[in-house]
Design a protein around this ligand. Structure first.
Ligand SMILES: *Cc1c(COP(=O)(O)O)cnc(C)c1O
Length: 481
C-alpha cells in the first residue's frame, strides 16, 4: 500500500482561507444578531436526541458541510451569555478578538509547559500585566500561572498552602493533617469546598463562617470559631476569603482578615475569581488593597477580563513554595539561571496557549479600556438598584455588594416578603427563563428565594435593564391574578 503524498486531513492554504472566512462570517452574523435575538432558545427535543444518539462517523465529511451543520444545529442554541440580556451566574461574553486569538493559538499549537519559544514569554508577559492590574506587582518573588479557571486557580493556591502547612505532605500524604481547619464564609464559592475535598483535608475541615448583613464574612463569628476550634484541639491553618461572592458580590473585610492571618500565622488565600479585576477601578480598589498581603490569590480571566472560556490565573506570594508544591525536578537539578517551566508550578504538563487571548485582549483594550468596561458594569448595577428603588411598589431590593450583582424581589405593593419570594421564583423559572428574551437565575438572600442579576457584559445597556424589569413586573402581575 502506498502512502498518499498529502493526507486528506490537510488543507491547502486556499482551502483553509475559504473555510476560515466562512467561519468568520458565522461569527460576524452572530455578533450582528445579538441585539435582536433571544438570549436563549431551547434545544429542540429532536436535536437533543439526535446528538445523544449520533453514531460515530466512519467516513469523513467536507469541512464546509460541517460548518453548515454547526450553523443549523449548534449556533442557534447558545447558553446565552453573549447576549446583552443574559444576567445569570457570572458568565460574560468574549471580546471579539478572543475567538481570533483562539484560532491563532491553536494554529501554532505550542505546549506552554515551558522551554524557549515565544508562547512561554507571552505567558510571562501577561502574568506580569495581570499582577499589575490586581495590585500585586510589589510582591518580591511571587509567581503566577494560567489555568482553566477560578476552580483550578483556587486548587493551586490551596495546594501551595497545604504544602507549606503540612511537612512532607508530598511524600507522606495527609497523615499529618488531622484536625486542620480552613475558614471561609457561608457565601464562599463551592469550588473552595471541592478544593479542600480533593486536596485530602476532607470537607469537614472547611468551616463556614456566618456573614453580616452585607454578605461579608463576620469577623466576630470568625474569632469565635477560631477560639472554639483551638479549644477543641483543632488547628486553624488558613482563611479563604472572597473578593466578590457569586451570590451578591460581597467583598470580605480583607484588611482585617490579612492582619488576623499575620497575627495567628494563618495562610491568607483570596478567591478573586469574580472581583479581582475590580482592582483597576478606583472606587473599589481600596477594598482590594489587601491583595498585597495575600499568600495566594485565585483569579478568573474568562469573567471580567472577557477573554472567553477557559482561562484563570493563580498567584502565590512565595515562588519557591509554589514550585516545590508541584515540581518533580529534584532541587539539585534545578537550573536557577534558566527560566523554570510552568509545568513545575501547576497541575498540567502539556499546557495550551491561553496566554495569547489574554495578551491580545489586554493589548486591544489597554488598562484604560478595561477600566471603562468594568466600571460600566458596576455603574449598570447601580442603575438597576436605583430603578428598583424608584419602582418600589413593584420591586424590593434585597442585596447588592460593591460589584455588579443585584438580588431583588418582584413585590407588588402590599405583598408580604414571603409571598413575593414565592412569586419571584415562579416569575423567573416559569416565565422569564422559558420565554428566553432574558436569562437570569434565582438565589437566596437571608433564606428568601429571590431574583439575581449579574452584569458582566460590555454590551448590556440601561435599556436592557429597564426592559428586564418591565418583563418581570408584567409576568408578576400575570401570575398573581
Ligand atoms: C466563577 C467563580 C469560581 C469558579 O471559577 P470557574 O472559572 O467556574 O472554575 C470561584 N469563585 C468565584 C467567586 C467565582 O465567581
Amino acid at each position: 500500500m502506498s502512502i498518499p503524498l498529502r493526507s486528506s486531513a490537510d488543507l491547502s492554504p486556499e482551502e483553509f482561507t475559504n473555510l476560515a472566512v466562512s467561519a468568520a462570517n458565522l461569527v460576524a452574523s452572530h455578533l450582528a444578531g445579538l441585539g435582536d435575538a433571544k438570549a436563549r432558545t431551547a434545544v429542540p427535543e429532536s436535536l437533543r436526541s439526535a446528538f445523544l444518539s449520533a453514531p460515530l462517523p466512519v467516513s469523513g465529511t467536507a469541512p464546509q458541510d460541517i460548518l453548515n451543520e454547526f450553523e443549523k444545529n449548534i449556533m442557534p442554541f447558545p447558553m446565552g451569555n453573549t447576549s446583552p440580556r443574559f444576567f445569570a451566574w457570572v458568565n460574560s461574553p468574549p471580546l471579539p478578538i478572543a475567538p481570533v486569538a483562539d484560532m491563532l493559538a491553536t494554529a501554532m499549537n505550542p505546549s506552554v509547559a515551558g522551554g524557549d519559544h515565544a508562547a512561554v514569554y507571552v505567558e510571562h508577559c501577561v502574568l506580569n500585566w495581570l499582577r499589575e492590574m490586581i495590585g500585586i506587582r510589589s510582591w518580591k518573588s511571587g509567581k503566577g500561572v494560567l489555568c482553566s479557571g477560578g476552580s483550578v486557580a483556587n486548587i493551586i493556591g490551596l495546594a501551595a498552602m497545604r504544602h507549606k502547612k503540612i511537612p512532607n505532605v508530598r511524600e507522606e500524604g495527609m497523615s499529618g493533617a488531622s484536625g486542620m481547619r480552613i475558614y471561609t464564609s457561608t457565601q464562599g464559592h463551592s469550588c473552595l469546598e471541592k478544593a479542600v475535598d480533593i486536596l485530602g483535608f476532607g470537607r469537614k475541615a472547611l468551616r463556614k463562617i456566618a456573614v453580616d448583613s452585607q454578605g461579608r464574612m463576620d469577623l466576630a463569628a470568625l474569632h469565635t470559631a477560631l477560639s472554639e476550634d483551638r479549644a477543641a484541639g483543632l488547628k486553624p491553618i488558613c482563611i479563604a476569603a472572597s473578593a466578590g461572592t457569586v451570590n451578591a458580590g460581597a467583598i470580605d473585610p480583607l484588611d482585617q482578615l490579612s492582619r488576623l492571618c499575620q497575627e495567628q500565622d494563618l495562610w491568607f488565600h483570596i478567591d478573586g475569581s469574580y472581583g479581582a479585576m475590580a482592582a483597576i477601578v478606583p472606587s473599589v480598589a481600596p477594598l482590594l488593597k489587601a491583595f498585597e498581603q495575600a499568600d495566594s490569590i485565585a483569579t478568573d480571566q474568562h469573567k471580567w477580563a472577557y477573554v472567553g472560556v477557559e482561562c484563570g490565573a493563580a498567584f502565590v506570594r512565595d515562588e519557591a513554595n509554589l514550585r516545590s508544591t508541584f515540581s518533580l525536578v529534584p532541587e539539585y537539578l534545578r537550573d536557577d539561571a534558566a527560566m523554570a517551566w510552568f509545568s513545575e508550578y501547576s497541575i498540567q504538563q502539556t499546557r495550551g496557549f491561553r496566554a495569547l487571548k489574554v495578551w491580545m485582549s489586554i493589548k486591544h483594550l489597554g488598562l484604560e479600556g478595561y477600566r471603562t468596561l468594568v466600571e460600566r458594569d458596576i455603574g449598570l448595577a447601580a442603575y438597576l438598584r436605583k430603578r428598583l428603588l424608584e419602582r418600589k411598589d413593584e420591586f424590593e431590593l434585597l442585596a447588592s455588594g460593591p460589584l455588579s450583582i443585584v438580588c431583588f424581589l418582584c413585590r407588588p405593593q402590599g405583598m408580604s416578603l414571603e409571598d413575593a419570594a414565592r412569586l419571584t421564583k415562579r416569575v423567573v423559572l416559569e416565565a422569564i427563563q422559558p420565554e428566553g428574551t432574558f436569562f437570569l437565575t434565582t438565589t437566596e438572600v437571608g433564606g428568601l428565594p429571590c431574583a439575581r442579576a449579574c452584569i458582566v457584559n460590555f454590551r448590556t445597556t440601561e435599556a436592557d435593564i429597564d426592559a428586564l424589569l418591565d418583563a418581570i413586573a408584567r409576568e408578576g402581575k400575570r401570575l398573581v391574578v
